[in-house]
Design a protein around this ligand. Structure first.
Ligand code: SF4
Length: 333
């Protein structure tokens, strides 16, 4: 199975509850960024996400308020580096009490110190370790030597301790598809639970030319899609078809809402046209139809997993063939 059964059931229950209520748009994932402090400064990361001060972090109460207001069953704790958030054990315990599924997106540098022996493994908790390529590429993207080897050791230890552990890779210009396949093979070698693969987004604040054009994304993802069925890849087949330029999809920025130390980021995790302090204004005043259309210049090259996976699944659910394909994909591997 690509994901634990409880996680898949929670998503499917949420989808049918929202559909019964006639909600056309609803969040499934909250990208919760309790801090903008990081122990790395990766080349592909937006500058504000790793230059914040720890004292400006969000309170745990503010995190829970955002979780309750948006109602998403999945909370993806990112940032910044979540393991640097001093209240992480309290936050995760509170989210499990609220029956949420939690993804901790981490560079793994502090897993031993901040997670192992402090936060117990749980079927509700997934560690998502960032690995943007094999040793040379990952250390280059992270701007530091030795990060790859450390992350690999942490994945091994996390699995041995019983944590659900996934790899997360962003494809940049320097990334070769051969490297992506090597990473997929490593998932089995490391006994990890899967790998999420997504094209990088070209942030305006990132000056280096490391991002792919849409055509380059299509070329790389055609190859990735071809080998993906052999491995535990966690992006759906429909999303990979979209990334490979074989189908079009509307964006669904409302499916993955983003709460930051300064407020709700509209319209999405990638572009903050506005930062809105309160949930109601963010949800009701954002022009979702405009952002779904992808006609904004900032959306032209975007093929990010966070924007399109919900649309990929909705598309599959429209036909019996799509439902069967999605069901088979979910239980294979
Ligand atoms: S297309 Fe990309 S940048 Fe535009 S709203 Fe969707 S996720 Fe955000």
């Amino acid at each position: 199975m690509r994901f634990p059964i409880g996680f898949m059931m929670a998503q499917s229950r949420h989808r049918s509850r929202m559909e019964k209520r006639g909600e056309g748009r609803y969040p499934t994932v909250l990208m919760l960024e309790p801090l903008y402090t990081c122990n790395l400064a990766c080349l592909g990361c937006s500058v504000e996400r790793h230059t914040g001060k720890l004292k400006d972090r969000m309170s745990v109460e503010a995190c829970f308020k955002a979780v309750e207001e948006c109602g998403a069953p999945i909370v993806n704790i990112c940032g910044g580096e979540p393991t640097l958030y001093p209240e992480l054990p309290e936050l995760i315990a509170g989210l499990i009490e609220r029956n949420k599924y939690i993804i901790v997106c981490t560079n793994a540098l502090k897993l031993a110190e901040k997670v192992f022996d402090k936060i117990p493994p749980s079927p509700h908790l997934f560690l998502m370790v960032h690995l943007d390529g094999m040793r040379e590429t990952h250390d280059y993207v992270c701007n530091r030597q030795g990060v790859f080897d450390h992350a690999i050791e942490m994945v091994k230890q996390a699995r041995a301790r019983g944590y659900y552990t996934y790899l997360n890779t962003t494809v940049f210009k320097e990334t070769s598809v051969e490297e992506v396949e090597q990473l997929c093979k490593m998932v089995d070698e490391l006994k990890a639970n899967g790998i999420l693969i997504s094209p990088g987004y070209e942030y305006e604040s990132v000056e280096r030319d490391i991002f792919l054009t849409k055509e380059q994304i299509h070329d790389k993802f055609k190859v990735i899609r071809d080998f993906s069925s052999q491995y535990k890849v966690n992006a759906t087949p429909m999303f990979l078809e979209f990334a490979a330029g074989m189908r079009e999809l509307p964006c669904a920025p409302w499916s993955t809402v983003n709460y930051t130390p300064t407020g709700w980021k509209a319209p999405c995790y990638l572009i903050g046209e506005e930062i809105i302090p309160d949930w109601k204004t963010f949800w009701e005043k954002t022009d979702w139809a405009y952002w779904e259309s992808r006609k904004d210049p900032k959306c032209l090259n975007c093929k990010m997993h966070s924007g399109f996976e919900h649309s990929a699944v909705s598309e599959a659910m429209k036909t019996m063939k799509g439902k069967v394909q999605l069901g088979m994909w979910s239980v294979s591997k």
